[in-house]
Design a protein. Sequence first.
Length: 364
Amino acid sequence: MAYQNFRYLAADKILGIDYDIKNRYGTGTYLLHAAIHGGGIEPPTSQLAAYAAGDAGAWYSFEALNDLTAASLALSSTAFDEPFCVVNTGNSTRTVVWHGVENQRENEQVAYVSGADSVLTSLIIQELSAAGFETDRAPVSYAGDAPQNICNRNRMRAGAQLDLSLSLRKSFYANGDLSAAAIAHPDNRQPAFFAFGDAIRRACALVPLETDTDDVPPVITQPRTPDDQAVSIAIRTPFAIDHSGGVSATTDEREQLLDRVHALVGTLPGERVMRATYGVPTSAALFAINAEVANDQLQRAVMDAVAEFEPSAVVSAIVADVNEAVGAVNVNVQVSRADVPGAERDNTRTVGVLVGGTVISTPE
């Protein structure tokens, strides 16, 4: 069976048994290598993406662990919405997504290159050709040109997609063996594996990393006070009406920080049209195999999001409570201000999120 999106897949399959997710975020303006059909789906795309990313580069892999059901886990590139991938891709400036395809012609060894990033795709074709690899334009049936294709959902709204023929992928491993046991051992990699991966690395090293121009949400600023100290007032999050009937706001910078963290954790990536990468894939924890895994996923996601969007915050604790009975996640985040030495670290805010992304009221 084919799944419409990750929500349907995660409801039917088990993380750690049927599939695995490996994710390493980048920092600043970075390039991401991703294999959304990794593991037993289109081997060895996970290994190729990891090699191209290197030891420290941004990398993502969605991997089928059961060869018998691997094909059913292949979400289409335009429907792939696994939360960690969406966030990592959305934060990346440039993106290379690795795929495998069946031979179009007998024994062909070709890499089909597509995607909306014309600069990166041209460099990839240039470097692969120089290394002796055959390249071609991907057929329309699986070309990575659509705006909703995961490779094009980065900051540039343009990425690169590689579709490697089966014969080419077999040339990367001894005896053409692409079984899980064979590709798990780096010793089985042939010179072609490294030559291909190094060509992609060279292409990526040549591409400029453009900067993101999205601005942070505006803060309403009052005129300076007589003592010449700037005072800022911000609307409270979640939105509320105060006792006078006006919009609830605060000048307390600690409360403003907590409100911003609350908004960040209570927003799913993609909900803000102008800042598609803003938020935390909080409800994804409902699909985790157990509470420990859910807590670990949320801790990593919250830490990464706070570092990206709230650099003035220091996170000292994150506690997640997954309530599968009602389909909700409560996330308690303890933060302090990084710019105030010795600031209290007991400032907390709990955010409740339903599986669909709806933020629910929780006690302060």
